[in-house]
Design a protein around this ligand. Structure first.
Ligand code: SAH
Length: 368
């Protein structure tokens, strides 16, 4: 019964308008529904008192506002919160809330698992399970607000959303783009485009497509200054090498009148962290709208990599800055609950999946 109902959460405004018209109602009902859902945080049609009783009855039969179910919530000492959410068939995906001074970032997932197979990434071990639906993507933000005590009219609980959880967002283009549209819509979540960041491992054709359809902030997982090393760390590089990837980045910024691309660079001891590699990285990016975000590697069971020393990270930063490129080091947050980048691992599900003979679920999340 429940499964036959449409989840209104995943529908863009025009899709919801069309849905209302199909049901013999006025398109403006969509605005009313959106107001209740996104401005008031309401999920029950009964409470939507300015809708006609008959329409509410139709809604209750044919539709629902369904949020992802929480499997587990963990609160870290530094205020970071991690939720494990249920996908299906014992699969889970995670989102992380990271408060930091006057900003608070929600890191959301776009897929259950990932097919990109990056060698230093825990999700790669799990392989790809499925795409999240637009409802599940938007539902993460809705649910987090609810968990954080959302009050109608207050939209400041979450200042930034980053698609940096589990999965490759551009490999789930058809659900991610409508999901982002709902997050950006002023009648929806009303996030500014500079506070919504999509991170990609470098799916070049989809980056060009994105430039035509969206204008959110772009982050790119670079991780190496040359193709030989990047082929090893980020295998999609064999199909779309660095020169091609960077062209797509500059094109995106040109098209979107954007500020700059953030290049994520995970710091792996003895692999990609030498001063010479930092200088090579700066040469690639100098003169372009680019900034580098260095991410100290977070180890996970079974990995062959180690985190670069703090001295190596600082020296690397110094060389990039001297090379004329902006760079920062990402803070590690929530590590006491395994919520830092690359540490997310679905332990509740673990127990079950090990019995089912599947691999463990582990997702990397970035504290932006
Ligand atoms: N697939 C997208 C979205 C994931 S974002 C992408 O690759 O950009 C997650 C970020 O965390 C990526 O930059 C990823 O390279 C990085 N990451 C993955 N595993 C990590 C680990 N173990 N430690 C630190 N960062 C990691």
């Amino acid at each position: 019964m429940t499964d036959a109902r449409v989840n209104l959460l995943g529908l863009t405004r025009s899709e919801l308008e069309a849905w209302c018209v199909e049901r013999g109602d006025k398109p403006f009902r969509a605005r009313q529904l959106w107001h209740w859902m996104y401005k008031r945080g309401e999920t029950s049609f009964d409470a939507m008192t300015d809708l006609a009783k008959s329409f509410r009855a139709t809604l209750a039969e044919t539709a629902e506002v369904r949020l992802p179910a929480i499997v587990k919530r963990q609160d870290a000492a530094d205020g970071t919160i991690k939720w494990m959410l249920e996908a299906d068939n014992l699969q889970g995906f995670e989102m992380v809330y990271i408060p930091d001074g006057d900003r608070a970032t929600l890191c959301i997932s776009s897929q259950v698992g990932c097919a990109m197979d990056c060698s230093f990434c825990a999700t790669a071990q799990q392989g790809f399970n499925r795409n999240l639906t637009a409802a599940e993507i938007v539902g993460q933000v809705f649910l987090a607000q609810k968990e954080l005590g959302f009050q109608a009219g207050d939209n400041r609980l979450i200042s930034n959303v980053v698609l940096m959880g589990m999965g490759e967002p551009l490999a789930n283009f058809r659900n991610v783009v409508p999901g982002m549209r709902i997050l950006l819509d002023d009648l929806g979540f009303d996030f500014s485009r500079r506070r919504l960041t999509l991170s990609t491992s470098g799916l070049v054709p989809q980056m060009y497509k994105l430039a035509g359809e969206s204008n959110v902030a772009l982050a790119v997982s670079l991780h190496a200054p040359d193709d030989e090393l990047r082929n090893e760390l980020v295998p999609i590089n064999r199909r779309h090498p660095i020169a091609e990837l960077l062209e797509a980045c500059w094109h995106y910024i040109d098209e979107q009148n954007g500020r700059s691309v953030t290049f994520e660079y995970v710091m792996l001891d003895g692999v990609n962290d030498s001063p010479a590699q930092a200088r090579a990285l700066a040469r690639l990016l100098k003169g372009h709208p680019a900034k580098v975000n260095l991410i100290p590697f977070n180890a996970f069971p079974g990995t062959k990599y180690r985190r670069s020393s703090p001295e190596a990270i600082l020296a690397f930063l110094d060389q990039i800055l001297k090379g004329g490129v902006m760079a920062t080091i990402r803070k590690t947050r929530g590590d006491d609950i395994d919520a830092a980048c690359g540490q997310l691992a679905g332990r509740v599900i673990d127990r079950v999946t090990s019995r089912m003979g599947s691999k463990r679920i582990a997702i990397p999340v970035v504290n932006a």
